[in-house]
Design a protein around this ligand. Structure first.
Ligand SMILES: C[S@@+](CC[C@H](N)C(=O)[O-])C[C@H]1O[C@@H](n2cnc3c(N)ncnc32)[C@H](O)[C@@H]1O
Length: 495
């Protein structure tokens, strides 16, 4: 009982401090840790601890007890604090772990906020857990330059520690089971301007490889709450990627760089189709394809370049990304000529204006014409310039069943127009009318998202990502619309 009261008091600290803000849309105060940081606020709300609402001790305790009521009778668990590099706890166990993400979250520093309260109440109950005045920090596996004497030293501390920790897991895991590792981290700052893979990912994967593990699977999982504070543009993924690892076999062969690249070209298209079929958010596609790509890389004991030097993880990631781009471009051959023109134009100019002459030349290469593109309703031309029409400029009374020149491009942009103006229900009505023609739209939305990501067009990227994320719901609603509408035969029967 003392333990739960202490948890209640510690949790109360989250809503009883001078950094609690007022959430006008909910007409109530909002607790401090809505993200893993302590942000500045200009003014603060002061919840009453006896108000019967957010910030009340009894409400807090009830929230804790709800979880206990639901789970604790049936489940037994235990917690201990051990260093992952040295622990023996996971001996012959099934391991599923969520490791720290490079320098993303300073858990130990943030934990001090609660630790001081917990220590006061529980020091005598768990003396070994509360032996230190503050949360132990030196063994924490995060790359914190301030703690380790600069950026480079912090990076090697993280790499060395993560390698040891993963090595330990490989030694200890029950041999019948794989180790599953959650990785929900996308770091904005990359090595080069175009690099989407971060130091964090590279360092982590370097650790997995040098610990002698091979990646045998990748499961994208929707693990994050839709209402959380972090979103596109932050360092967070919409889906987590679960890496499935097993110890690499002792007889694993060596491959040349060319053999590795060939294997990527053969295997990545299917892996990508699988990810897209699972409706992975476009924002996560490049990160999620690391899994299948690294599965190929780690299948080999070593990948050697022409000079006989080992191809490092960083280069392997670049090759995976390059192949991903090629695979996505190959999907373009499924689109109609007008859409392929629009895609190439969008790549160069987005929705901006360009010269008529350039558009005309491009149209020859794509087997269409500027006049045809205008007729198709995707292009606007004026005074020697042309541009693609934005979704909001498209006609509201568009009916795909009477469109004489229907293109996937139009389908995508009309769906975005309707989705953003009227929601998933209205988009579903359009999809029901489109029937099987709608499916190609999702593929094009993926492709357009990757173009936007490369060209840093955040606004458009949001629309394409949004369309794919809503896709399962739109399809579900479209099926309802389709079954609700009487078929032609039924209509004749009624007459
Ligand atoms: C991504 S978080 C896990 C978050 C957890 N899944 C949750 O939902 O709350 C990574 C965790 O690794 C822990 N950690 C960092 N260094 C460690 C070490 N050397 N040994 C064991 N755990 C460590 C951190 O304290 C943090 O709790």
């Amino acid at each position: 009982m003392g333990l739960y009261l202490a948890l209640g008091v510690s949790k109360l600290a989250d809503s009883g401090n001078a950094l609690v803000s007022w959430k006008a849309s909910m007409n109530q105060p909002i607790h401090l840790f809505t993200r893993q940081a302590i942000p500045m606020v200009w003014d603060f709300a002061e919840p009453n601890v006896f108000s019967g609402a957010m910030g009340d001790l009894v409400v807090t305790l009830n929230n804790i007890s709800r979880i206990l009521d639901r789970n604790m009778n049936k489940l037994h668990g235990f917690a201990d604090q051990l260093d992952a590099r040295k622990q023996g706890l996971s001996h012959n166990k099934l391991i599923s772990t969520d490791p720290p993400y490079y320098d993303n979250v300073g858990y130990a520093d943030l934990s001090d906020f609660f630790y001081v309260w917990l220590r006061r109440s529980l020091n005598s109950v768990f003396p070994h857990l509360f032996a230190t005045l503050a949360v132990p920090k030196t063994d924490e596996l995060v790359a914190t330059p301030g703690r380790h004497g600069g950026k480079d030293k912090a990076e090697s501390f993280f790499l060395d520690g993560m390698t040891k920790a993963i090595h330990r897991l490989g030694e200890k895991v029950h041999p019948a089971f794989p180790i599953t590792i959650y990785y929900a981290f996308k770091q904005a700052e990359g090595r080069g301007a175009d690099s989407i893979y971060s130091t964090g990912w590279e360092t982590f994967l370097e650790g997995v490889v040098s610990a002698g593990l091979a990646i045998t699977g990748t499961w994208p999982m929707r693990t994050e709450l839709a209402n959380r504070m972090r979103s596109l543009g932050s360092n967070a993924l919409a889906s987590s990627v679960v890496l499935v690892c097993r110890p690499r076999s002792a007889g694993a062969p060596t491959a040349t760089r060319r053999e590795f690249l060939n294997a990527l070209k053969v295997e990545l298209p299917d892996a990508l189709a699988y990810l897209q079929h699972g409706n992975i958010a476009p924002v996560d596609l490049a990160q999620a394809s690391i899994g299948p790509g690294m599965a190929i890389y780690t299948r080999f004991a070593k990948v050697l370049d022409a000079d006989g030097k080992a191809v490092p993880v960083q280069e392997a990631l670049e090759l995976i990304n390059q192949t991903l781009d090629e695979v996505l471009s190959e999907q373009e051959s499924d689109f109609d000529a007008d859409s392929r023109w629009a895609l190439a134009w969008f790549d160069q100019s987005g929705f901006g204006e360009g010269e008529y002459g350039v558009a005309e030349t491009l149209s020859k290469a794509k087997n269409t014409s500027v006049k045809g593109l205008e007729d198709a309703g995707i292009l606007y031309q004026r005074a020697g310039n042309v541009r693609l029409l934005r979704p909001r400029e498209l006609p509201e009374d568009w009916d795909p069943s009477t469109d004489p020149r229907l293109t996937v491009w139009e389908v995508v942009h009309h769906l975005i127009r309707v989705l953003e103006a009227a929601g998933e229900g209205s988009a579903a009505e359009l999809v029901a009318k489109l029937g099987s023609k709608a499916e190609a739209a999702r593929e094009l939305a993926y492709r357009l998202y990757t173009v936007c990501e490369r060209k840093k067009r955040a606004q458009e990227a949001l629309s394409y990502n949004g369309l794919v994320q809503s896709w399962p719901e739109i399809q579900r609603l479209a099926r309802e619309v389709a079954t609700a509408q009487p078929s032609q035969a039924q209509l004749f029967e009624q007459e």
